[in-house]
Write a protein that binds this ligand. Sequence first.
Ligand code: GRG
Length: 417
Amino acid sequence: MAFPRGLCTVSRLARRGINGYRRLPSSDHRLPALIQTHFAGSPMTVLGCKDIYSWCLPSSYSIRHQIHHQTAVEEQLDPFSLVADELSVLANKLRSMVIAEVPKLASAAEYFFKLGVEGKRFRPTVLLLMASALHMPLPEPSDGSVGDAVSLELRTRQQCIAEITEMIHVASLLHDDVLDDADTRRGIGSLNFIMGNKLAVLAGDFLLSRACVALASLKNTEVVSLLATVVEHLVTGETMQMTSSSDQHCSMEYYMQKTYYKTASLISNSCKAIAILAGQTTEVAMLAYEYGRNLGLAFQLIDDVLDFTGTSASLGKGSLSDIRHGIVTAPMLFAMEEFPQLRTVVDRGFDDPANVDLALEYLGRSRGIQRARELAKKHAELAATAIDSLPESDDEDVRKSRRALVDLTHIVITRNK
Ligand code: GRG
């Protein structure tokens, strides 16, 4: 499979003004290709999404894209811009869903839903694109009303999955920061640091309970079961990380299983839930799941590389937070295959900074970073293959959303933050 295969145009749903979308003149949705090329990678504001844009399009990607698609479509947008308006409606909905009665709980629960600290919104973007990618246009009734109403109802239910997913994600971040005793998150003080562990745990529980209420409102037991399993997986993955024996610690198989539980299960099962709500076949639901699973694994592998390299390619430029917490990730596991003596260093633990330096020295002499990137690329390609294996569609919006999902696989492995 070849990527990237181009950026995308805004969907018909977006132009129609669905579910709270502001209806904008089409030129407001558009960013001319030349401007994209010129500004890609710089923190430019596109449709009010400064952070998202600077995260999603490395300049080389955009330039390459422009060369390949100079004669292509008029309205070109990146995957995030494609759902940007819907994402901001979703952000407001989330703020309303986490309102609590008691003031302290209210401010704790809304903490990471406030404007500017909403994170990359990677999961809702994927889910909204998946919803469009699996959209089966219904035959238009003569007055054009009923088909639209059914589509709108389905889209609202799929947006609800995106909201639930984001709430579960933020709940897991709150609990994770307590367990790690983290003091920052998303560039600000972590909630445990600002309000203490007890309130941070309670706020996480509160978000989970609101996610459960939203899930119940969908009245679909298969979807309830999928997302309940996700929470079990998050807890299982975290426990695997906390309690591993020395052998497990140094096993690639264990690492990949833990990575699925901690990162990939949420996005893969949520993608599957989107397909189930759309009434898709088991085969299509499995392809949606496979896309999410492989994208999630690629995402985490790159996260683990960036922990060592940061925004540059040089070792030691990342936060080195994993290794300092004694967490052994893919780059180090690959390095250990090349240098078995690294195992003794890892077994000593990383309380001593000299031991961290020694492990980094081995890593620097190995192909660990490169092999972790290659594995991420392999999973990104499998994710793209899942999209390419979906039943064909002639619908322009469906095709554009599928293209965007494939583009995302490339963005995930070329990102540097
Ligand atoms: C309360 C549901 C729940 C779980 C408790 C603590 C725990 C069990 C699980 C931890 C799960 C966890 C935090 C996994 C890491 C996932 C991950 C890759 C987080 C970073 O995601 P980004 O980069 O974050 O998308 P932003 O900030 O952009 O949203």
